[in-house]
Design a protein around this ligand. Structure first.
Ligand SMILES: [Zn+2]
Length: 93
């Protein structure tokens, strides 16, 4: 983790968390443009919040693909909400 990148993320200069959240479904589907996909992966790699979020999201999708009956865990829903709230605060600062 490079401190400069973290700082840039905090200042909103790097691809921001909200954007990443918007791209999440497309990324998992593999429909993102290559450049966007790279930015997405970059952000997931350096942003702890999005990294955890992405892991949970992907794990849920994987279970669905395996044909298991999956109820979207309420923690994931809650995480999404707190994630969005947190990032809404983030951009205002
Ligand atoms: Zn993030």
């Amino acid at each position: 983790m490079k401190p400069l990148i973290i700082l840039k993320t905090m200042l909103g200069l790097a691809p921001n968390c909200k954007k990443v959240n918007d791209f999440l479904a497309d990324y998992v589907d593999g429909t993102l443009p290559e450049k966007t996909q790279q930015q997405f992966e970059e952000h997931i790699g350096m942003c702890k919040c999005c990294g955890i979020y992405f892991d949970q999201y992907r794990a849920t999708i994987d279970l669905m693909k395996e044909g298991q009956e999956v109820q979207i865990p309420s923690e994931l829903v809650e995480h999404t909400m707190s994630f969005l709230r947190k990032n809404a605060n983030f951009t205002r600062k």
